[in-house]
Design a protein around this ligand. Structure first.
Ligand SMILES: [Zn+2]
Length: 450
C-alpha cells in the first residue's frame, strides 16, 4: 500500500492516513442547505470528497461516504414564506433538484445522504446528553451549548474565544448565559410551519447539532475524515467538535479536511450577495459534467479556484483531447513502459490528494501513448480517469439511430396535433428500439430507454 498523507485542519499539517480499520473508512462531508437551487460552488466539496473516496478505494480501502442535506433551516423558512409555500414542500423540491443536478456530474452518489428532518430523534438524544452533563441549558424552550464548560473549545479554528461571534445575531441573545453560547434547539416560533416534540417543548434543531448526530449515527464516533468547505471551519465545524466531545467524551472525527472556495476573479469570492454566483444546472447545461469535473480537478482542493470562462474552456479542450486519445487506444493492458506516468499520477494523489499535480502526469501518459501505434492498451488511462470519475471519456458517444430520431419527430408532431393515441404508439415503437424521449434542459431529447 502507498503511504497517503492528508492535510489535517486540526493540526495544520499533513498527516499520514492511518485508519483504525482499513476496511471501514468513514468520511462525512457537509452538504447544502436546500432553500434554492444549488450553485456551482456547492459542487466542489461534492466532487472533492467523491474523488477522494474513489482514490482511497483504488488504494485498497473500504470507504463509506456520508453527505448530509440540511432541510430544516431559517433560510428555508424565509424562502418558503416569500414563495407562499410550505417549507417542507420547498425543501423536498430543492432536494430533488440537488440530487438531479449533482447526478449530472457523473460521479455517482455518496453512500448515505441523510436529511436533518429524518434524524430528529438522535439529535434530541445528543442534546439530552449535553444537558445532563452540564454542557447545555434549556432557556424558554430553546437549548444552548455552554461554550465555556469545554476547555478544548476553539481548537479546530484556533480562534481566541473572546473574539468569537456565533453569527446568531440578536436571536435568543437575551436567553444566553454568555454571548459565546450557541443554539442546539430552537423553540417553535410563529410563522414556522414545521416543529417536533422534545423534552424542552415543541421546536426544531439548530444547525450544528444535526451533523454531530447524523455523523455519529451513520459512522460511529472517531470516524476517519470529516470534510467540507473552508468557510465551515467556524462556527459550524468548531461546534460539531464541541458537541460530540462534550456529549460523548470522545472526538467526532480523527481528521478534518477543507476545500477552498471558488473565486470569480483573484481574491474575489463567489457569493449570492455579490451577485456573481452561477447555478450548477446552468453551468452543466453549458459545459457538461465531464468538463466541470475536469475543471475542478485542475486545482488543489485546499486552494481557492478561479471560476472563469477561460478556465472552463481550457477544461473542455482537455476533455476533448482525452476523448480523442481514448479513440486511438483499445481495451487491454497498457505497456509497462507507460507505468511510470501512471505511478506519478497516484503518487501525486497520495501527497495530500493533489489532483493539480496528478493531471500533468496523466497528460504525460497520454502524450507517450500517442507516440505508440494505434490500438495500445488503455488500462492505465482507464484506471486514472476512473479515480477522477471521468471514465466516461473512454466510452464512445453513440447517438440514437436515424429511425429513432424519425420516430421521435413523428411523436412530437402527433403530440402537437393532440393525437395522443398515435403519440403513445410511437413511444412504444421507440421503446422497442431501446430509446425514449425525455424532457431535457434544451427541450425533449432521446436517451437510451431505462
Ligand atoms: Zn455540517
Amino acid at each position: 500500500m502507498r503511504t497517503i498523507r492528508l492535510y489535517d485542519t486540526a493540526t495544520r499539517e499533513p498527516r499520514p492516513f492511518e485508519p483504525r480499520d482499513p476496511n471501514a473508512v468513514g468520511i462525512y462531508a457537509c452538504g447544502p442547505t436546500v432553500y434554492s437551487r444549488v450553485h456551482v460552488g456547492n459542487a466542489r466539496p461534492f466532487v472533492v470528497f467523491s474523488q477522494l473516496k474513489r482514490f482511497l478505494e483504488h488504494e485498497g480501502y473500504g470507504v463509506t461516504l456520508v453527505a448530509n442535506i440540511t432541510d430544516i433551516n431559517d433560510k428555508i423558512y424565509d424562502a418558503a414564506r416569500a414563495a407562499g409555500r410550505e417549507s417542507a414542500d420547498l425543501a423536498r423540491e430543492m432536494t430533488a433538484h440537488y440530487i438531479a443536478d449533482t447526478e449530472r456530474l457523473g460521479l455517482g452518489r455518496p453512500d448515505r445522504e441523510p436529511l436533518a428532518s429524518e434524524y430528529v430523534e438522535p439529535i434530541i438524544s445528543l442534546i439530552g446528553a449535553l444537558v445532563e452533563r452540564g454542557h447545555a441549558y434549556p432557556a424558554d424552550g430553546d437549548v444552548y451549548f455552554r461554550v465555556r464548560t469545554l476547555p478544548e473549545y476553539g481548537s479546530l479554528s484556533r480562534r481566541d474565544v473572546d473574539q468569537m461571534d456565533q453569527g446568531e445575531g440578536v436571536e435568543g441573545a437575551h436567553l444566553k448565559e454568555d454571548p459565546l453560547d450557541f443554539a442546539l434547539w430552537k423553540a417553535h416560533k410563529e410563522g414556522e410551519d414545521t416543529s417536533w416534540d422534545s423534552p424542552w417543548g415543541r421546536g426544531r434543531p439548530g444547525w450544528h447539532i444535526e451533523c454531530s448526530a447524523m455523523a455519529e449515527t451513520l459512522l460511529g464516533l472517531e470516524f476517519e475524515i470529516h470534510g467540507g468547505g473552508i468557510d465551515l471551519v467556524f462556527p459550524h465545524h468548531e461546534n460539531e467538535v464541541a458537541q460530540t466531545l462534550a456529549g460523548r467524551g470522545r472526538p467526532l472525527a480523527r481528521m478534518w479536511m477543507h476545500n477552498g472556495m471558488l473565486e470569480a476573479a483573484e481574491g474575489e469570492k463567489m457569493a449570492k450577495s455579490v451577485g456573481n454566483i452561477r447555478g450548477l444546472a446552468e453551468v452543466l447545461d453549458e459545459v457538461g459534467g465531464e468538463t466541470l469535473v475536469l475543471y475542478f480537478s485542475t486545482g488543489h482542493y485546499r486552494q481557492p479556484l478561479m471560476f472563469t470562462p477561460e478556465s472552463l474552456e481550457a477544461a473542455g479542450n482537455a476533455a476533448r483531447r482525452l476523448r480523442e486519445a481514448g479513440r486511438r487506444l483499445s481495451a487491454g493492458e497498457s505497456p509497462e513502459r507507460l507505468a511510470v506516468h501512471r505511478d506519478a499520477f497516484f503518487d501525486a494523489l497520495a501527497e495530500d490528494f493533489n489532483t493539480a499535480r496528478a493531471l500533468p502526469a496523466l497528460y504525460e501518459w497520454v502524450g507517450a501513448a500517442n507516440k505508440l501505434p494505434e490500438g495500445t492498451g488503455d488500462s492505465h488511462l482507464r484506471e486514472m480517469l476512473g479515480v477522477l470519475g471521468l471514465e466516461s471519456l473512454l466510452s464512445e458517444e453513440e447517438g440514437p439511430p436515424s429511425e429513432a430520431v424519425e420516430l421521435a419527430e413523428r411523436r412530437s408532431e402527433a403530440r402537437a396535433a393532440k393525437d395522443w393515441a398515435e403519440a403513445d404508439r410511437l413511444r412504444d415503437e421507440l421503446r422497442e428500439l431501446g430509446w425514449e424521449v425525455r424532457d431535457g434542459p434544451q427541450g425533449p431529447e432521446l436517451v437510451p430507454a431505462s
